[in-house]
Write a protein that binds this ligand. Structure first.
Ligand code: NAD
Length: 479
């Protein structure tokens, strides 16, 4: 029997089957049917969140702590089941699916703790007898719009701080991954959230997402997704004078210097470029390698690429799952063709693979002989495709690394303290890694980038407070 997942609006599960959720490892496998909200349902969800805000914003830390902690505990207890379902709908491996689910539990746990640590400041006024207090309050109704590539972690790192700081929510997940979104909302609902505090509106971006952008009753929008949609969010938010936060694409460089440990460099490049099928905003898609290590690095990369197991996400042996869907697969293949036309040498992979079940399998691709001016170096591909850019020394490597419209993460593999220190200071990215993959971050520290990758305050850690609260300055004359 096919499951039917409905939207949660004002505490009620509503809606009819509108879309199907297909497993990218086996397109004959359908996870279930999902409601698809229209503009009317979006309006109802926004109205419910607006009505729920006054009480929730004054509910105090204990009520919020209880819901967030209970949610964390249930996610952790069900990590294998939820992680498996995530791998089934998105195509990342079982280990990655479970790892992401554990991350979601950790995020709820972290923000459960933060509810009890909210503080303000009290200072003397410059006027005699007057006291000044600075406090933080929830912003109001927040719209959360999320992409498909981290189906549970990204919703968790938005929903948890939004609730912790007293906001109410209209949550619109990506169409491709509704099961993880539904699961997290179901857990929060059963954990005891009052009606209207969290509303789920699954559906099309152009319909339900657009209705959220157009609403004067959404006070802030946190968006993660592509640059194109991010610009729409920005324009609509300025129109409504609302707060907004954008996390978008990346074209992240991994620099490998002559003095790098070769094993570490190859581990970082294979993980950063190809794990999660390269579908991470933090993926290292540009491998910038100095002359002295270039040939050894390339040989070792080809050897490792040849051993990677590409297959069904649910098979425990699989290291690289399928691409998420047909249209992303086409985008990857189009960029592989563009790279060849531009004169880069396709040194490994790039072809479709057949497996026992019909799915979107692509052999990870490595280009050599590319320049930083090529489109494959400048545009986000968002698949298992990376290109090596050969440079003469550290100075050229840094210049190439920074020559990009994006600025999310960057990495360097080196045993030189001098170069590592210089790179950390001079890399134009929001997150910098030394002898670590460009992807893979902690949950208790800020996440975000610069330039075309991000806009607005950072997400995660205590920095999340910047976006999800607004400051009030109150003056009191005691007489
Ligand atoms: P997308 O922009 O197509 O969609 C993101 C979300 O926006 C989806 O929920 C979609 O339905 C919604 N949307 C689409 N049109 C809309 C509209 N007109 N109004 C409102 N909402 C609308 O992105 P995607 O393909 O789901 O995700 C991939 C992108 O996300 C990549 O560019 C990737 O780099 C980026 N990403 C960034 C980060 C980060 O933190 N920087 C993290 C993960 C993914």
């Amino acid at each position: 029997m096919t499951v039917l997942r409905k939207n949660l609006i004002d505490g009620e599960w509503l809606g009819e089957a509108g879309s199907r959720n297909v497993n990218p490892s086996n397109t004959n496998d359908v996870l279930g049917e999902y409601a698809s909200a229209g503009p009317e349902e979006a309006k109802q969800a926004i109205a419910a969140a607006k009505a729920a805000f006054p009480a929730w914003s004054r509910s105090g830390p204990l009520a919020r702590h209880a819901v967030l902690k209970k949610t964390s505990d249930e996610i952790m207890a069900r990590k294998d089941e939820i992680g498996r379902s995530l791998a089934r709908e998105e195509g990342k491996t079982l280990a990655e699916g479970v790892g992401e689910t554990i991350r979601a539990a950790q995020l709820f746990d972290f923000f459960a703790g933060e509810t009890l640590r909210l503080s303000g400041e009290m200072v003397p006024s410059v006027r005699p007898g007057v006291g000044v207090e600075m406090t933080r309050e929830g912003v109001g109704v927040v719209g959360l719009i999320t992409p498909w590539n981290f189906p549970i972690a990204i919703p968790a790192w938005k929903i948890a701080p939004a609730l912790a700081y007293g906001n109410t929510i209209v949550f619109k997940p990506a169409e491709l991954v509704p099961e993880s979104a539904w699961t997290i909302v179901d857990i929060l609902h059963r954990a005891g959230l009052p009606k209207g505090v969290l509303n789920l509106v699954m559906g099309k971006g152009s319909v339900v997402g657009q209705a959220m952008l157009d609403s004067p009753d959404i006070n802030a929008i946190s968006f993660t997704g592509s640059v194109g949609t991010g610009k729409r969010v920005a324009a609509a938010s300025v129109e409504h004078m609302r707060k907004f936060q954008l996390e978008m694409g990346g074209k992240n460089p991994l620099v490998v210097l002559d003095d790098a440990d070769l094993g570490t460099a190859v581990d970082c490049a294979i993980n950063g470029a190809y794990f999660s099928t390269g579908q991470r905003c933090t993926a290292s898609s540009r491998l910038i390698v100095t002359d002295g290590i270039h040939d050894r690095f390339v040989d070792a990369m080809k050897e490792r690429l040849d051993k990677l197991v590409i297959g069904d996400a649910l098979d425990a042996k699989t290291q690289i799952g399928p691409v998420v869907d047909q249209s992303q697969l086409k985008q990857d293949e189009d960029y592989i063709a563009i790279g060849r036309q531009e004169g880069a040498e396709l040194a490994f992979g790039g072809e479709r693979l057949e497996r026992e079940t019909p799915g979107f399998y692509l052999r990870p691709a490595l280009f050599l002989g590319s320049t930083n001016a090529m489109r494959i170096s400048r545009e986000e591909i968002f698949g298992p495709v990376a290109n090596v850019i050969r440079v003469k020394d550290y100075d050229e490597a840094l210049a190439v690394a920074n020559d990009t419209p994006f600025g999310l993460t960057s990495g360097i593999c080196t045993t030189s303290l001098k170069h590592a220190t210089h790179f950390k200071r001079n890399s134009e990215a929001g997150m910098v890694m030394v002898n670590l993959p460009t992807a893979g971050v902690d949950f208790h520290v800020p996440f975000g980038g610069r330039k075309g990758s991000s806009y607005g305050p950072r997400e995660q850690g205590r920095y999340a407070m910047e976006f999800y609260t607004t400051v009030k300055t109150a003056y009191t004359f005691a007489g």
